[in-house]
Design a protein around this ligand. Sequence first.
Ligand code: AMP
Length: 284
Amino acid sequence: MKIFNSREAIHYYLDNLRSAGRSIGFVPTMGALHAGHLSLINAARGKADLVVCSIFVNPTQFNDKRDLENYPRPIEDDLRKLREFKCDALFLPEVDEMYNSSEFWKIELGNLDKILEGKIRPGHYQGVTQIVKKLFDTLKPDFAFFGQKDYQQIMVIAHMVKKLKIRVELVICPIIRENDGLAMSSRNVYLLPEERLQALALFKSLTLAQELFKTESILQIKKQVSAFLETCPGIETEYFEIFNAHTFDPLTSKRAKTMIALVAARIGKIRIIDNMYLNKANLY
Ligand code: AMP
């Protein structure tokens, strides 16, 4: 696996391969890689000639400085996993390779950065689009792979790609879970043993929603699942919502082709998010 720290070097390297007719599949990450990330690498390998991964803990998308400082950075482990999964090239820049001190970025995201994660984490999606745009400009991938785990992030990036007419195909990959159902996340390592058990409430709330969906109205599902979450010890629910998966608008009735339930909660010091389609398992 080739490792690049500079934008210019990886740009030049990929340009040559692209000119030789090779397609490029890109997997952006913040590192602390787990089976969820590695499933994106596998998907990329299945679709593109060359798999490029980036590891960059992007400061502009953190609205909590402590979260940024504490974010896990096990780089040696990550390199081993990437080699094992046959990643062809890794882009591993320092912060000052990606940003200078006087940068301004603002993209109109409509409602997307005002609701759910956008509301709870102000500025988060501006930071996400800022870095993903820079990475797309540098690597010019044919395909970019994102996890359904961060569903709203996919909506945001799809919005940017359309708005700025970026030539890249987005590929959405299913959520990879632990054996008991907890969605894998780099932050899960910070859950204390008791919290790790409590965290299962999110998966349970989504499977309950899926079950209720067979017979109940959207309003009933929201009511019953919210009541369930209130009974779960250690869980401070931030939202449980049911959205149209395509338009990303909240639903009050079942009038949408694909419906998705999204949940976020605090468990101790950790925030956890998860989601599940209600009427189609793993649509993409
Ligand atoms: P992150 O390193 O958290 O920024 O995530 C990098 C990519 O991995 C994003 O596209 C995430 O949606 C995806 N990802 C994170 N967790 C999972 C998971 N459990 N299953 C599938 N993809 C995931």
